[in-house]
Design a protein around this ligand. Sequence first.
Ligand SMILES: *Cc1c(COP(=O)(O)O)cnc(C)c1O
Length: 392
Amino acid sequence: MAKENPKIGTLSVWAGEEKKDGWQRATQVPVVHSVSYGYDDMDYWYDVALGKETGHIYSRNTNPTVDVFEEKMRQLEGAEAATSFSTGMAAISNTLYSLLQPGDRVVSIKDTYGGTNEIFTRFLPRLNIDVQLCPTTDHELIEAEVAKGCTVLYLETPTNPTLKVVDIARLTKAGHAVGATVIVDNTFSTPINTNPLALGADLVIHSATKYLGGHADALGGVLCGAKKLVNGAFAYREINGATLHPMAAYLMIRGLKTLALRIERQNVSAMKIAQFLKGHPKVEDVFYPGLETHENHEIAKKQMRDFGGMMSFFLKGDFDAVRAFLPRLRYAHIAANLGPVETVAGPPRTTSHVEVSPEQRAAMGIPESLIRYSVGIEDVEDLIADLEQALQ
Ligand SMILES: *Cc1c(COP(=O)(O)O)cnc(C)c1O
């Protein structure tokens, strides 16, 4: 970087894009669709293959556009290294499979993303990997399970969809005491609100599909952390083949330029909307870590710069209330994704936790009538008026 210690808004715009000479002076990063890279000098090519010289050989492994996205995320998370994947789930599964082997033990929480929960309950046990899923906010119980020994401690915060917050610094200490690798899914918080590596975690994962891209038009995932661990996941991904597409990488780079702007606005709007919903007679409860009434508000205050754009709430009445309410929203896509510039609303039972049975959802404390609400960048007055008329 030209300036020392640039702040996060500056990093969002410039990180990874300082160097202009390599792109024939184009100020914007070109989308390099090329599958391969040509070499006339066999010895030089060999050195690139061995990693002695920098360069690209084949785009399943590395690609110039994808490189810029990874470098931007590396700087935003304050990491030694970063690598990318075709989706957030590819980042999660490739990272886990690169770290684990039969006989290992994983400790995690009950409230992880639905797909992550599937890996823990269906796929890892088939490989004779023991997975212990703890009640998400019971820190003492998680510490006790970790103390029995584990290879990986896997956290997610705030959680999807009930916005529980786990204490990254505290649990990382417990994980490191038994030599575990501590992974944090930071998708909901984004690097603008939380940097898990600065709190001690070893690896941070994002579904770039959500806030990083921010426009719901590209799928992607990213992993940041210590070089040795990131390289392990990269080596696995090279062979597994879950590579980020260069066009998706370009859309992520473009999205990231406004990351700080978007998140700052979404933070402010979400707080106002959470307060509005909390006081509304038709709303039973609101889950938003910025509310003082939130069960983990103190932890959130300690480890988050601000509380993010995600919340969930449930209406008085059963699922019929949800059926009536959601289609009445004018300024919200009724859909399964989260984190874009538009507001998105949907019930977890058909979105994030559709793979999970009703019994499992009940066990996870997800009411069937819960609504997940991803606050967009619209004017907050319009969003509140829209919620008000839909609640009538
Ligand atoms: C969406 C999501 C994922 C999975 O990401 P994809 O890009 O859809 O594969 C993982 N974790 C969290 C918290 C998510 O919201």
